[in-house]
Design a protein around this ligand. Sequence first.
Ligand code: MG
Length: 161
Amino acid sequence: MTALRIGNGYDIHRLVPGRDLILGGVNIPHELGLLGHSDADVLTHALMDALLGALSLGDIGHYFPPSDPQWAGADSLELLKQVNELVRERGWRIANLDSVIVAERPKLKPHLGAMKEKLAAVLGITPEQIGVKATTNEQLGPEGREEGISAYATALLVQEN
Ligand code: MG
């Protein structure tokens, strides 16, 4: 029987002026960007937590604590690569990932393909193994008021034989 593990991840970051908006490693033109110790790539952070959660390895705050200056301004794709190495070292590989970004603005649809390609390249999988979707929050809650952007992710892992 094939051994499978599933994990989920969630993250939210605040939108502020004077920061880049980076989602799935793609820099998206917008008048606001996400605030955080790293590049605040909320989608990549949710994906990392889903991968770690699938193997009960804790969360990204444990591996890359915001209190540690070495992660200041960190490229989250680099952190994702490290999390993927943890997964591979333990004898697991990604079957597929799925995710959704909750953002009122800007329109993310034109950028979803580029996000999938960047994430796939870092993870050593195909873009078809990664779902990246975007939805608005119908002007409700912090995402709807454009105070922040959140992301949800699911990871399915398969044990290597
Ligand atoms: Mg985060």
